[in-house]
Write a new protein. Structure first.
Length: 129
């Protein structure tokens, strides 16, 4: 018996990706003085689309009685293109990383808010029975 909703499954993947973005931003900031370090990131929109599709497919397979094991989406971490490189070969910009952190915080808060609503709806449904 499922206690979560398909949307909650997708939101879980969304929050996982947002968490990965936080980690990459922190790593970029920590390596600001590392020679030849290049800023790393993910294409959030395409990674989320893949992760959401996988979460929904896994839910459908589980509902059909044939769950797939070990199908967790692995995001592709890429070097961020188009950034100015300093003479030491490093292209990390604290201004960019600060903006990224703010955007990631907004994404995370939105995801948590929607997930909280989903859990409240499930709890209300359970209590009404």
């Amino acid at each position: 018996m499922q206690v979560t909703t398909p949307l909650a499954d997708v939101l879980s993947r969304y929050l996982d990706l947002t968490s990965l973005e936080f980690k990459l931003t922190a790593s970029n900031a920590a390596n600001i003085d590392t020679p030849h370090y290049h800023t790393m990131g993910i294409d959030f929109a395409s990674e989320f689309a893949s992760a959401a599709a996988e979460a929904l497919n896994a839910r459908q397979e589980e509902d059909a009685g044939t769950p797939q094991i070990g199908m967790a989406h692995t995001p592709h971490i890429l070097a961020v293109d188009g950034l100015l490189e300093r003479p030491d070969g490093n292209n990390v910009s604290m201004d960019r990383e600060g903006l990224q952190m703010g955007e990631e915080q907004l994404k995370y808060k939105a995801g948590i808010s929607i997930l909280r609503t989903q859990f409240t709806e499930v709890l209300n449904a359970i209590q009404e029975k």
